[in-house]
Design a protein around this ligand. Structure first.
Ligand SMILES: [Zn+2]
Ligand SMILES: [Zn+2]
Ligand SMILES: [Zn+2]
Length: 362
């Protein structure tokens, strides 16, 4: 399939205050060959604090599966927490400069005993177990600490994605505030709901599932225009769908959402998590087939734990954002906040859909 070069600023349909510059000619500039990133694929590393047998090298365990014996998933406190429940004295606020306590919890979820395993190499049962552990920890922290307003679960995989320890792991940060980007999504989707009486995420899913929309002239009956709206579709299971965002910040960014409207990740059932595991595994296998040794961040965005959470039940739709890192942000991106994406999202989605035939792991 041929995709012409495009250079356009796309407004994010979920958070319209955000935009992305899609500039495909830029990606074709001659570049000095960089050595391919090498992932640490060893199964066991003697000096790694997250490998089995080195449990004494981590802070004490707070949760593990199974509860006794050899662990499959192990949760520990972060040795270098970003937020902590041990309060430090605040610097003196003055004038309009405000501060609040850097209070919270920071946990590390050691996803798998195998040091270098990638997500698409894990079994679906194991991936479903990881999501169940996320739910368990979130429920525990929300019920035991009333100060927590948001729990961000994320994963950094690979050096390019800021992963400081190569052993596969996720992180969980429970904080007394709602982070800005989640708040922006919550507020913008609420405005969309007020205007359109429907969830913006559900609308995007409907579009991704519509393979072609044709409009006809009412009087002549002639075809007016056809839109290929299914061009953002990547993968679907029974309960989940993976789509390429129209205004993708990153070249290979993919979002996974429940097909049926659901605002809270904690409402996902065991059966649904099994399907999420399948969709995630397929999506990661597609990314691996197209991008190669993919280094990425993923984030879980769910409805915040605030007093008026119920106001967002109909308008917010939880999701996972997978952001593979293939380039380092430029000064322009950091200075302007405008992300530059060098591959058109339509072409990226097409390649990811096609990849499944090429991928032997699926
Ligand atoms: Zn390890
Ligand atoms: Zn929805
Ligand atoms: Zn989001």
């Amino acid at each position: 399939m041929y995709y012409p070069n495009i250079r356009e600023i796309r407004i994010d349909p979920i958070v319209p205050s955000q935009s992305v510059l899609i500039s495909t000619a830029r990606g074709k500039r001659p570049r000095k060959d960089e050595p391919p990133p090498t992932r640490d694929i060893r199964e066991f590393v003697e000096s790694c604090p997250f490998c089995r047998g080195n449990e004494h090298l981590t802070p004490p365990v707070v949760f593990q599966v199974p509860a006794k014996g050899e662990w499959d998933i192990r949760v520990v406190e972060n040795l270098y927490p970003i937020l902590d429940d041990d309060p430090l004295p605040l610097g003196l606020p003055s004038g309009i400069q405000q501060v609040s306590e850097g209070y919270g919890h920071h946990e590390v979820i050691i996803d798998h005993p195998n040091h270098g395993i990638a997500l698409h190499q894990m079994s679906e049962q194991h991936l479903a177990l990881i999501f169940a552990v996320y739910q368990d920890r979130m429920r525990f922290l929300y019920t035991t600490d009333p100060r927590i307003r948001y729990i961000l679960v994320f994963k950094n995989f690979g050096k390019a994605a800021g992963g400081s320890i190569p052993h596969t792991h996720s992180q969980l940060i429970a904080m007394p505030i709602v982070p800005h980007n989640v708040q922006d999504e919550v507020e913008s989707s609420r405005l969309f709901y007020e205007k359109n009486e429907t969830c913006v995420f559900c609308t995007l899913i409907d579009e991704a599932l519509t393979l072609e929309t044709t409009t006809y002239d009412r009087s002549s009956g002639k075809r007016k225009q056809s839109y290929d709206t299914g061009k953002y579709f990547v993968e679907r299971g029974e309960y989940f769908i993976a789509i390429k965002p129209f205004a993708s910040r990153y070249e290979w960014e993919v979002h996974i959402l429940p097909l049926k409207h659901q605002s809270n990740f904690l409402d996902a059932t065991t059966e649904e998590l099994d399907d999420l595991a399948w969709v995630l595994r397929q999506t990661m296998a597609r990314l691996e087939a197209v991008v190669g040794e993919v280094q990425y961040n993923y984030f879980l965005h769910t409805v915040p734990h605030v007093n008026n959470s119920s106001d967002f039940v109909d308008s917010f739709h939880w999701h996972i954002e997978i952001c593979p890192r293939v380039s380092i942000p430029s000064g322009f991106e950091l200075g302007s906040g405008l992300f530059v994406n060098t591959i058109s999202p339509e072409e990226a989605a097409f390649k990811l859909r096609q990849a499944i035939e090429k991928s032997s792991t699926c």
